[in-house]
Design a protein around this ligand. Sequence first.
Ligand code: UDP
Length: 309
Amino acid sequence: MRILVTGAAGFLGSHLSRYLLGKGHSVIGIDNFITGSIDNIQDLFKKEGFEFQKYDVTNHLHVPGKLDAVLHFASPASPIDYLKFPIPTLKVGALGTHKALGLAKAKNAIFMIASTSEVYGDPLINPQHEGYWGNVNPIGPRGVYDEAKRFAEAMTMAYHRYHKMQVRLLRIFNTYGPNMRLNDGRAVPNFMTQALKGKPITVYGDGTQTRSLCYVSDLIEGIYRLLISKENNPVNIGNPHEISLLELAETIKRLAGSRSKIVFRPLPEDDPKVRRPDITRARKILKWQPKVDLEEGLKKTISYFKARV
Ligand code: UDP
């Protein structure tokens, strides 16, 4: 396949592009580098079948030649980035999705949207299954991301229903691994950087809020299975192993061999209290489930951070 990946220099986009090239596909990567980094894709330029353009996907997209799939992964994805780039976050989810869908339609290509567990907001049920409509504050600080992704899903389904396009709606839960920015602001990179530098580990709130963390290689495998499936309805991809943030901080501290103190800071507004994917559909439709356990994944990620702090 010849595949366009938006956000190719980001955390997930770079892993996905590398995986697709490894499977023998050609990849055209696009990124505007507002949160992505050229370091993440430096090795890909040497690989056959990789092309790259620095471009903002909210503008009209022109790609010569055939395309078999358009994978729309461009977006800030960390809560501190939503605050820093609220309007680009809304634009890439709304206008960027529209442009990427239009391109996929013109090329008769499969369209995949990288959606998110944030469509469930601060969920009133746990775990979250795909039939749950969510509990989102549209005007809160996270609304720029949540609503952009909800709009992106609505538009993707409209193109599926009206234009009969093949679409893939991937709801990604918390993911971690190499290529996350050290200053990304999310829990795993923050805790690792702090633990490795011997600085205080900042747990927000009382640390009883939960997340369920998926190692990046598992996530990418799930994404690929969804791409080559025939499933046009949303599928959760994530790891159902749920832990509290305090437990995560303690685990990272232990695995990093750190003597940092754990300190408590105010909980950001609208921070979801629980999050855990119901992956029944992924198990059934994609025959997929995560393989890497938390400690194994955290150790690999700590090695990556260790080389960079
Ligand atoms: N968090 C924390 N300390 C940090 C960064 C994040 O306790 O230094 C908490 C955050 O409040 C949330 C959880 O970790 O409850 C996961 O946050 P993250 O930013 O990783 O992603 P989210 O799942 O909220 O999108």
